[in-house]
Design a protein around this ligand. Structure first.
Ligand code: GRF
Length: 203
């Protein structure tokens, strides 16, 4: 079973997944890391781990559909069982989402359905929430609202800055996302509407 991870930047979630996959001997391997940005720092990490890397630069395409088609063509070269969005900062077209429905997963830095979209940590601070967190979810055409696979909660401290809160959330992302991706690749997810039932790992 092969995993393709899509990144746009530092790729710390990709690194956490690569590390867990190797250390825990998943019945799958990360076949490729693909970025929409040639300068994504995560590409060097992946190459250093002997993982194939590719860039499909969205600025080279005149429309979203053309970019998504080129991205899908690249992904399909690896015939992955799971496509993992990890800090991937592009909204995908319905055609792309449909093509990979059921094996496309994302990590969002908030407790969905709260704070979909961008700048989630500043918005959480501005809203005065006492708890914030991260959500791993299957991707559907409803942006940031797919079936929830895993969540983690972090406290918001009175003296939190956006950066401090972001760091606390990111740390939890690195914990729940590898576990969520592992459940996906091991076929332990059962989706019923917006509810996902995760079967435990065999002893
Ligand atoms: C972070 O804000 C993370 O919360 C979100 O994407 C951004 C970059 O993540 N998932 P990564 O370090 O590129 O995985």
């Amino acid at each position: 079973n092969k995993i393709v991870i899509l990144i746009s930047g530092q790729g710390s979630n990709m690194q956490a997944i690569v590390h867990a996959c190797e250390r825990e001997h998943w019945p799958a391997r990360v076949a490729a890391v693909v970025s929409n940005r040639p300068d994504a720092a995560g590409l060097a990490y992946a190459a250093g781990h002997g993982i194939a890397t590719a860039v499909v630069d969205h600025t080279a395409y005149s429309c979203r559909e053309d970019f998504d088609a080129a991205l899908a063509a690249r992904i399909d070269q690896y015939s992955p069982g799971a496509i993992v969005l990890a800090g991937f900062m592009r909204v995908l077209t319905p055609a792309f989402v449909q093509r990979y429905a059921g094996r496309l997963i994302n990590i969002h830095p908030s407790l969905l359905p709260a704070f979909p979209g961008l700048r989630t940590h500043q918005r959480a601070l501005d809203a005065g929430v006492k708890w914030h967190g991260a959500t791993a979810h299957l991707v559907t055409n409803d942006l940031d609202h797919g079936p929830i696979v895993a969540q983690a909660v972090v406290p918001v401290h009175d003296d939190d800055t956006e950066a401090m809160l972001a760091e606390r959330v990111l740390e939890q992302e690195h914990r729940i996302y590898p576990a969520a991706v592992r459940a996906l690749v091991e076929g332990r997810l059962q989706v019923r509407g917006l509810r996902v039932f995760v079967r435990p790992m065999q002893e």
